[in-house]
Design a protein around this ligand. Structure first.
Ligand code: CIZ
Ligand code: SF4
Length: 320
């Protein structure tokens, strides 16, 4: 529409005028993803977003995603200005792992290495030994297991269980979940699979075990995207992750058929159920507002940021 085009243009002008770059997650609105790519920014998962923001020369980072992504950007680049289209955009994993309770849990198990998922607050990361994302969690947990370490894992219980099964590591688990991925249904997926016998099943490991068990590929958003791109021409995929990713999948793999994995009730064809309400808070108007008015600035306490940087940097050095 004309309104959308005007907002796109206004955003692009402001990004340039403010020496800012847009760093967007695969789950945000397709317009924001397109804007990021058209203006020299990136569309990616939380691992790549962190790296991209750290390495980019722009003085201002606009992070379209959820709160912990803005915080990680600020932690890695304390000298940069980090803005978000909507600071209220959070995550059920972050909300479900408050620092006081988490810290007490860690204190009760001093013999364990504390490994936290990226989807946590800066304070939780500051209490951890390692941060991981779903792209590198298996490799890092394997590394710790090989060193004979026992692990305290937080906060996603499904991802934790998957990694424990794959690695055989000794993992004590926080019981958090992603409200989006937790809704994928194993029984309905099984029915859908029978309707599309040739389809390959792609699953993000924040999904329940009954769904992960049916996967041909289990992986992070970027790994699932790669599986679609690498697939045969005309191949069909059933995708169990936030449906925001469909935008980029369709752009990069136009010849493939993509079907959303079922979420609610008995419907095997439930549409648009799996979308994160916090990712959805990111809008073009928010990009314009934060750049024009300086709203949505992310601040992280300096001492917490310094400690959290240690565990994020440990991961980035491990994966490079
Ligand atoms: O579900 C999320 O928030 C994901 C997949 C984050 C990430 O690692 O990109
Ligand atoms: Fe958090 Fe799930 Fe939303 Fe990702 S999709 S931000 S894990 S609630």
């Amino acid at each position: 529409t004309a309104e959308r085009d005007a907002l796109m243009q206004k955003s692009a002008e402001l990004l340039k005028a403010r020496n800012a770059v847009l760093v967007a997650h695969y789950y945000v609105d397709g317009d924001l993803q397109d804007l990021a790519l058209a203006t020299g920014g990136c569309v990616s998962d939380s691992l790549e977003m962190a790296r991209f923001g750290r390495d980019h020369e722009a003085q201002t980072l606009v992070v379209a995603g959820v709160r912990f992504m803005g915080e990680s950007a600020k932690i890695l680049s304390p000298e940069k200005t980090v803005l978000m289209p909507d600071l209220e955009a959070t995550c059920s994993l972050d909300l479900g792992c408050p620092i006081d309770e988490f810290s007490a849990f860690c204190d009760a198990h001093p013999d364990r290495k504390v490994v936290v998922y990226a989807n946590t607050s800066a304070a939780v990361k500051a209490r951890a030994d390692w941060m991981v994302t779903s792209s590198c969690a298996l490799a890092i947990v394997n590394h710790l297991k090989d060193k004979g370490e026992k692990i305290l894992w937080a906060p996603d219980r499904h991802l934790g269980k998957y990694i424990q099964q794959q690695t055989g590591a000794d993992m004590l688990m926080w019981q958090g979940a992603c409200i989006v991925h937790d809704e994928f249904k194993g029984l309905e997926l099984d029915l859908l699979r029978k309707q599309y016998p040739g389809a390959r099943i792609l699953v993000h490991p924040e999904s329940p075990t009954s769904v992960v068990q049916q996967a041909d590929v289990v992986g992070s958003t970027s790994q699932l995207l790669k599986a679609v791109i690498d697939g045969a021409e005309g191949e069909t995929f059933i995708v169990a992750t936030d449906n925001g990713i469909m935008h980029r999948m369709r752009q990069l793999a136009p010849g493939k058929t993509l079907i959303e994995a079922p979420t609610a009730g008995n419907s095997a064809t439930c549409k648009s159920c799996a979308h994160c309400p916090w990712m959805a808070m990111n809008a073009l108007q928010g990009v314009v507002d934060c750049l024009a008015k300086g709203t949505g600035e992310v601040f992280v306490d300096a001492e917490i940021g310094r400690k959290a940087a240690g565990c994020i940097t440990r991961m980035l050095n491990f994966v490079k």
